[in-house]
Write a protein that binds this ligand. Structure first.
Ligand SMILES: Nc1nc2c(ncn2[C@@H]2O[C@H](COP(=O)(O)OP(=O)(O)OP(=O)(O)O)[C@@H](O)[C@H]2O)c(=O)[nH]1
Length: 310
C-alpha cells in the first residue's frame, strides 16, 4: 500500500487513464499547472493549448460563460469546493456538456492557493435528462387531451373556463358557452357496437371543432357523449350562429344513426348561454343555466338549440 501511494507515476497513470479529465490551476497566476491529456479526446483542443483561466473561459459556450466564471470565482474566493455544469466548445465548433468538480487548495491563512479538479463529459446524461423533460411535457399535454377524440378534456375545459371567465370580467366582454349531447347515443351503441360508437364520437368531435374556429374558441369532450364549446368574446347572436353551424355541419356529415326517434342521422341537443360576468356572478351558476337549457332541448324533443342571454 505504501509503495503504491509513494509512487507519483502510479498516480499519473491512474489520473490519465480515467475518463474524467484532471486539472490544476495556480491561483496567483491563474495559469494551468496541469491538464490531463484526455482533454484532447473530449474537446479537441490540444493539451498544451490550455495555458490560462482565460483559455478555459473562452471555451465555454457564451450563454453559460459569465455565470459559470462568476460562480466559480465566488466559490473559490470563499474557499468552497463546488461543481459547475456548462456547455464547453470543442475545437470543431460542437458543444459538450461538462461537469467541473472543483476542490480549493488553501494557504494556511485560508486564501486560495490552487484549484484542482476533474472535468466530466456529461453530454449523454444531459441528453437523457432533456429527453425526460420532453417526455414530461408530452405527458402534461396528453393529460389535457381527451384520448379518444383528441379534443380538450374536462380538465382543460375547467382550466380554460376559469381563465376566460376572469378575462371576460376584467374586460367586460361577453363569454358564451354551448353544451351539446348526442341524441339517443345509447341506442347508437346498441345498434352499431361500442367501437363504432367510439368512431362516431371522434367524427362528432371533428365536426364540433370545425364549427368554432376563432383562436380562443375551445372544443372539449366533457365525458361520455357530452361536449362543450367555449366561445370567448362572443355575444348572444354570434353564439347562436355557432350553435346553428354545429347543427348544420353535423347534418351535412350525415352519420347514419338507425336508433334515433328524431332523425335518420346522428344529431345533437344544445344549450347555449352568454354572460358578461359581473363581480357577483358565479361560473358554476352560469354552467348550470346552460346545462338546464340543454336539458330543455332534450325534453323539448331533441335535435334542437335552446339559448339566449344567461
Ligand atoms: N362508444 C362509446 N360510448 C360511450 C362512451 N361514453 C359514454 N358512452 C355511451 O353513451 C351512452 C349515453 O347514454 P344516455 O346517457 O342514456 O343518453 P342517450 O342514449 O344519448 O339519450 P339522450 O341523451 O337522452 O338522447 C351510454 O350508452 C354510454 O355507454 C364512449 O367513450 N364510447
Amino acid at each position: 500500500m505504501n509503495a503504491f501511494s509513494n509512487d507519483p507515476d502510479v498516480y499519473r497513470t491512474l489520473l490519465e487513464s480515467t475518463r474524467a479529465i484532471p486539472w490544476k490551476i495556480e491561483w496567483a497566476t491563474m495559469e494551468f499547472a496541469y491538464i490531463g491529456p484526455q482533454i484532447e479526446q473530449v474537446l479537441g483542443w490540444r493539451q498544451d493549448s490550455w495555458k490560462t483561466v482565460g483559455d478555459w473561459a473562452s471555451r465555454i459556450h457564451e450563454e453559460d460563460r459569465q455565470k459559470t466564471v462568476d460562480f466559480c470565482v465566488a466559490q473559490s474566493m470563499q474557499g468552497a469546493d463546488h461543481e459547475a455544469d456548462y456547455r464547453a466548445l470543442t475545437a470543431d465548433g460542437e458543444m459538450v456538456w461538462i461537469r467541473d468538480v472543483v476542490h480549493v487548495v488553501r494557504n494556511p491563512d485560508g486564501s486560495p492557493q490552487a484549484l484542482v479538479g476533474f472535468m466530466f463529459d456529461i453530454s449523454e446524461r444531459k441528453k437523457a435528462e432533456d429527453k425526460i423533460l420532453q417526455l414530461q411535457k408530452e405527458l402534461e399535454a396528453l393529460s389535457y387531451q381527451d384520448a379518444l377524440t383528441m379534443v380538450a378534456n374536462r380538465r382543460m375545459f375547467d382550466t380554460i373556463l376559469e381563465m376566460e371567465w376572469t378575462k371576460a370580467r376584467v374586460t367586460a366582454q361577453p363569454l358564451s358557452l354551448v353544451l351539446l349531447d348526442i341524441d339517443f347515443f345509447k341506442a347508437y351503441n346498441d345498434r352499431h357496437g361500442h367501437p363504432q360508437g367510439d368512431a362516431c364520437l371522434r367524427q362528432v368531435a371533428r365536426v364540433l371543432d370545425a364549427s368554432a374556429s376563432r383562436t380562443r374558441d375551445l372544443c372539449a369532450r366533457l365525458g361520455g357523449e357530452e361536449f362543450a364549446l367555449l366561445l370567448p368574446a362572443t355575444g348572444v347572436l354570434a353564439a347562436q350562429e355557432v350553435a346553428r353551424r354545429c347543427r348544420k355541419l353535423l347534418a351535412q356529415a350525415a352519420i347514419p344513426h338507425g336508433g334515433s326517434a328524431v332523425s335518420e342521422w346522428v344529431s345533437c341537443s344544445m344549450g347555449v348561454g352568454t354572460v358578461v360576468p359581473g363581480v357577483h356572478d358565479n361560473v358554476r351558476a352560469f354552467i348550470e343555466t346552460v346545462d338546464r337549457r340543454l336539458y330543455e332541448a332534450k325534453h323539448g324533443g331533441r335535435d334542437r338549440i335552446v339559448g339566449g342571454p344567461a
